[in-house]
Design a protein around this ligand. Structure first.
Ligand SMILES: Cc1cc2nc3c(=O)[nH]c(=O)nc-3n(C[C@H](O)[C@H](O)[C@H](O)COP(=O)(O)O)c2cc1C
Length: 172
């Protein structure tokens, strides 16, 4: 089997964030697993590794924001959300951000739109949890095209870390 076949699946890049409140710091991470699931009701899904700090934060919060990364994002932005952990770092410290009606933050730079959702279903898919959320807030933020995963690999020369759903050992 040649698992690199899955690299031809198209996807974008997203920042998923959750603020559980109660004095806890908001958590956020980069994912390529944002999807629109249905339009009536408007639902999206996001799949997050159980070992990512953000996974527990979404479970505790019961809601999340999902922002669409655009082509203005550089590797500093990707590194902040995709290669560091909210366990010991406030990913929103020092960047422009806003807060959705759910209370979850989202970046106000390098993203072209966002949605915010209440979690309506959580599916355990083994290494990851898939959260299905009903969209209660959404907006457009820039006219810059959304960054595709292919653009990330070919133009930014970015790598895929082990916790990404699309990681294949030995091929990044
Ligand atoms: C390009 C890229 C795609 C990623 N896709 C996912 C993904 O779909 N799901 C996931 O759980 N982590 C994904 N990650 C990994 C997380 O962003 C990374 O583990 C992050 O440091 C977790 O931060 P946290 O501990 O604050 O949650 C991806 C990272 C990169 C760079």
């Amino acid at each position: 089997m040649d698992a690199s076949a899955l690299f031809k699946f198209s996807s974008g890049l997203y920042v998923v964030s959750a603020d559980p409140g109660a004095g806890e710091r908001a958590a956020a991470c980069l994912v390529n697993t944002g999807l629109q699931v249905t339009s009536a009701p408007l639902q999206v899904s996001v799949t997050v590794n159980k070992e990512n700090f953000t996974c527990g934060a979404i479970e505790r919060a019961g809601h999340f924001s999902l922002a669409v990364v655009d082509e203005s994002a550089d590797m500093l932005f990707v590194g902040r959300f995709g290669f560091r952990t909210s366990a010991d770092f406030d990913k929103y410290d020092g960047i422009a951000s806003a807060v959705a009606s759910t209370g979850d933050p989202y970046p106000a730079e390098h993203v072209c739109s966002y949605v915010a959702c209440n979690v309506v279903q959580t599916v355990d898919v083994g290494t990851h949890l898939t959260f299905v959320g009903e969209v209660v807030d959404a907006g457009n933020l820039s006219g810059v095209p959304p960054m595709t995963y292919a653009y990330y690999h070919t133009t930014l020369k970015g790598k895929t870390p082990p916790k990404a759903s699309s990681y294949v050992a030995g091929i990044s």
